[in-house]
Structure formats: C-alpha cells, structure tokens
Write a protein of this length. Sequence first.
Length: 279
Amino acid sequence: MLPSHANKFLEQKRDPAASATHEKDSGGVEMKLKKTIQRQGGFTLVEIAIVLVIIGLLLGGLLIPFGQKQETIRRSDTRAQLAEVEKALYGFAQARGRLPCPATPESEGAEARDEDGVCTVLHGFVPAATLGLSGPVNADGLLLDAWKNPLRYSVDVGFTEASVDDGTGVYSGVKGEFRKTPPGTGDLRITLPPAGGTVPAPAVVLAMGKNWASFTSDNEEENAGEDTINGGPSGISYRIAADEDFVSTTYSEAYFDDMIIWLSPFILYHKMIKANQLP
C-alpha cells in the first residue's frame, strides 16, 4: 500500500486541474514571501529621518564634551608655558641684573631697546628670543600661546635698567626700585576682584584666552584692549595694554578667560640677591 502523500501525487498526475491549482497556490505563496522580504529589506523615509535625528543628537552630545576637553588642554598647556616664561624672566634678572624689555612686531622676538638701552615700548610681547624660549611663533617672530595668539608682556621701566649710583648713594634702575617703600614696589598694579585689592608687579605676562579676537568685558579690555601695536612683516595690528593697571579674576568662559601671571617683587629681590646682583 502506498503512503498517503504518494497517493496525492498520483492523483495530481491523473488530474491536471488539481495539479495546476496546487502550482498556482505555490506561486502565490512565493510572491507574498518575496514582497514580505522586500518590505523587510528597505527603510521608509520616515525611518531614515528618525535615525538621522538620533545620530545628530548623539554626535551633538559628544562634540560638546570634546570641545570642553580641548579648551581644558589648551589652558593647561598655556599655564605650563606661562610658568616657563616666569622662570626665564627670573633667570634673566639673576644673570643680567635687570628685566628685559618687551618685544615688538618689528624686533623678531627679541627685546626692543634703542641705542641708549632704553625700552622702545613697555607694553608688548614676551621677548622669547632674548630669553631663549622655544615654541611656536608667528610671522612676526612672536611666541604664541595654545590659541595661536602672541603672549603679551608688560614691564615697569625701572626694572629694565641696571642699578646705577649717581655718586650720592641714590640709585636708579632695579636697585632704585627696591629701595622704594615698600621694597620692590613697581608701577604696574594687579587688581584682584571681588575684594578689589591690588598688588605691585615688576612685570606681567598675559595670555588672552580663547576669545582673544572678540572679547568685550571691562576686565579683559583693561588687560589688553586699550591700545594697538603693529609694524611687523605680517601687517597685523595687535591689541595691547595702555596703562599700568591689570586685572586677575575668576575664570568665566563668557566674561574672563585671560590667563595672567606677574613677577613678585619680593621673590625677584631675593633671587637677585642670591645671584649677587643686589647687595
């Protein structure tokens, strides 16, 4: 006796109509299956739009922390750079008995002094070539911070002159500055908000931060926004300080991102005594 499925096969062979019906049904199933696969294999425009929105949100969430991280790195690098400049300035004073003059766009990174040894400017840039500092420089030879902006440098004129005795025991230059009351009182002043106290400074070094090209706060204007200097090969006009007042206050991305350091007159005094530059 034949199995039941074999009997059905023989019946279909004997009945062409039944066989045709079976093939038709099979073909319909195959078409439905193909359409189902096609629908499952593609995406609608709505689905694609949703995916793009999700990707955009994810990327936006990643870019903000990335930008903050980059800013943190730049501030850290510049802080280390400022520390190197500070160390070099103290070392220069120990070796030469005075502080260097600022560089200008025309001096190619060297201190700018005239034939009589007088500083041509008191507000300018870190004289990296004179101090032997390495690092990136721009077309005018000026040492750049992490934001590719030249480091500013201001100095009290009295500290740029070697000590000279006029024969009566009255000194000019550095020794004269240290004989002021209190000792080492410079003309440069650093205001420290919110208390508003001030400290004297023989020299100030400034990095203008991320917003160096577009700052508007009063404190940042005070540090390097009241005057300009140019004359270098690049033709760039740089913002610089115009007076002896500077501000160091709490960091704010929107209002104050300057990074400022200054030499302590008392530390400078002791270092110069140690180097036999002062009695």
